[in-house]
Design a binder for this molecule. Structure first.
Ligand code: CU
Length: 152
């Protein structure tokens, strides 16, 4: 058991080394935006972020809308409410943080074009430590997902 533990410790130490030497990085996967009807005032975008070192998603910007905000959802007095996350979203090292319908999400406000399925939304993600990333999120229909943008 002992040699095996030593080996494991060594492997962990080796695995940690690149995170401290290399600049902080955040992997962005599964990005998409929900298709919205013509004239919709807001839209939701979702993605999964995995940081190599502790980081924060500080802000999101898009040229496709008036502005973009990071929102969280919580229950207040039995009502689901959205709130802007002002100090950014924590991204613990190595943990996949998913922004998804019914939870944290990127809200785009005042889209400049219809969010039609098949299109894309360019998003610039700004992190506290990792360099900013530009991604292109495909727009998809999500009829089955809860419609949480009403009453914004
Ligand atoms: Cu929202």
């Amino acid at each position: 058991m002992k040699p095996r533990f030593a080996l494991l410790a060594l492997t962990l130490a080796a695995g940690c080394a690149p995170a401290t030497q290399a600049p902080a990085a955040v992997a962005v996967t599964g990005a998409w935006c929900r298709a919205a009807p013509v004239g919709a005032l807001t839209g939701g975008c979702y993605l999964t972020l995995t940081a190599t070192a502790d980081d924060r998603l500080v802000s999101v910007a898009t040229p496709a809308a008036r502005r973009a905000e990071i929102h969280s959802m919580d229950m207040t007095g039995g009502v689901m409410r959205m709130r802007q996350v002002k100090d950014g979203l924590a991204l613990p090292a190595g943990k996949a943080v998913s922004l998804k319908p019914g939870a944290e999400h990127v809200m785009i406000i005042g889209p400049k074009q219809t969010l039609a399925a098949g299109g894309t939304v360019p998003l610039t993600l700004t992190f506290k430590k990792a360099p900013p990333q530009k991604i292109s999120a495909p727009i998809r229909d999500a009829a089955a997902a809860p419609h949480h943008h009403e009453g914004h």
